[in-house]
Design a protein around this ligand. Structure first.
Ligand code: TYD
Length: 430
């Protein structure tokens, strides 16, 4: 059977949502006087409809379960829904399914409104054709009914992917193929006993099950970070990496100059303060050489695996520093780098914009300066101006300019909002 539609359960299949669910369920139970339970015990609440869990697992009456559901939602709607993360590898799976022309949807027992909010906040929405869940009044919606709605919306033949027996049963009731995933909250025994047609132990294993062996997978995402020395790039890079991981990306981080062992040797050579006699052309070629190595040793293989590569500096640094700072000319430096990178270019570049004098005062309070950092202030002014000219000319949408002179938290927020918007654009173009 050639599958055309893939329906995913949300909790335990696309997202690891235990934190928000168990904390909110514990909160509701305690408010109702059902005390003495641990957060761990509420893991059983993940998957089945909430109302039923309060009745069956905690032994509540209909009215109590109704009130508990209400209390749960109180906490969940403010805090719980954000205490969540996407399983590592999921964006790659969704992107690859779409690349092969399959339709995808979430089918969940969670109120549709929350599922939509989560899908948007955690970057899944751009890869989905539909999100199906119960409306606010529909407390006991069965998975079978929800799966039926999913198939009605997107057409068959369909496969239902989930981590609990409810998902498998719901799929089977609708004549869908079923795949159980064991990285969520159910066990392999539970899924096999429910009649799952196949089992996936990792998100990526879904691609082996759902796509033909020679199907092309989606390429990963290449993100670079730029800015003059002292702009706060290291701190923001860490925040960006953490964010991408929360969105389910497997992340490879690298820096330039640098990368593998060969590229790191070039780094030491080019940044060593003893090399005062190094001429500007040599410097430009060394940066390009380090980059050629990094592209082939690290960046391309990671992109082929569908990962997100976060690279601290890339070609634009050479254009700004050697082209502008060293006055070799931005066109010439761009030309040197063309063969070095061979068409491997970032999908998005975070540019942490900071005026050179402000960056200088930050640098002076930092650690021992390397060869580049010992340059005159005028060098950094030219570098800054080259960045500005380069990015003013960009019409691709790749450059995300962030005001780096704000307090750290505000810089992070602006950066992540812009990254999310760019990820949405890239998804639409997939
Ligand atoms: P690094 O210690 O990585 O600085 P930062 O943490 O500020 O990125 O050193 C990189 C130095 O090399 C930095 O001063 C910028 C410079 N550089 C260039 O001049 N050209 C380039 O192509 C690259 C990648 C870096």
């Amino acid at each position: 059977m050639t599958v055309k539609t893939v329906l995913f359960d949300l909790d335990g299949t696309l997202t690891r949502s235990e934190e928000g669910i168990t904390r909110s369920a514990l909160y509701a139970a305690e408010k109702m006087g059902f005390t003495g339970h641990t957060q761990e015990e509420f893991k059983a609440f993940i998957g089945p409809p909430l109302f039923a869990s309060f009745k069956e697992i905690l032994g509540m009456t209909y009215e109590q379960a109704e009130r508990a559901t209400q209390l749960y939602r109180e906490r969940f709607s403010v805090l719980g829904w954000q205490e969540n993360e996407v399983y590592a590898g999921i964006p790659h799976v969704l992107r690859s399914l779409r690349k092969n022309g399959l339709r995808t949807a979430i089918v969940t027992a969670k109120p549709q409104m929350f599922a939509e909010r989560i899908a948007k906040r955690f970057g899944l929405a751009p890869y989905l054709d539909a999100i199906v869940g119960p409306g606010p009044e529909n407390r006991e919606a069965s998975k079978a009914g929800l799966v039926a709605r999913g198939i009605e919306r997107l057409g068959g033949p369909a496969v239902m992917v989930g981590d609990r027996k409810f998902d498998i049963e719901g799929g089977l009731a609708n004549g869908a193929m079923t795949v159980g995933v064991t990285y969520g909250y159910g066990t392999e025994e539970e899924l096999v006993a429910a009649g799952a047609d196949a089992i996936a132990h990792t998100p990526e294993a879904l691609l082996d099950i759902l796509l033909p062996p020679d199907a092309p997978c989606a390429r990963g995402l290449f993100l670079s970070m730029e800015g003059v020395d002292g702009c706060g790039k290291t701190t923001q890079r860490e925040a960006l990496v953490a964010h991408m991981k929360q969105l389910g990306w497997r992340v490879t981080t690298t820096r330039e100059p640098g990368g593998d062992e060969v590229a790191e040797k070039i780094r030491r050579l080019v940044l060593d303060p003893v090399n005062t006699q190094m001429c500007d052309e040599t410097e430009a070629y060394l940066y390009a050489a380090s980059r050629a190595q990094n592209v082939r040793a690290f960046i391309r293989p990671a992109l082929m695996r569908g990962e997100a590569v976060v690279c601290d500096r890339f070609v634009d640094s050479s254009i700004a520093y050697q082209g502008g700072g060293r006055q070799l000319g931005t066109q010439r430096v761009a030309a040197i780098n063309e063969t070095a990178v061979g068409g491997t270019l970032p999908d998005a570049t975070v540019y942490l914009r900071m005026e050179p004098d402000k960056a200088l005062s930050r640098r002076l309070s930092a650690s021992e300066p390397d060869r580049l950092e010992r340059e005159q202030e005028s060098f950094f002014v030219r570098t800054y101006e080259a960045y500005e000219a380069l990015y003013a000319a960009d019409s691709t949408g790749r450059v995300l300019t962030v005001d780096a002179s704000q307090p750290i938290g505000a810089v992070t927020q602006e950066m992540l909002e812009k990254v999310d918007a760019r990820l949405g654009e890239l998804a639409a173009a997939l």
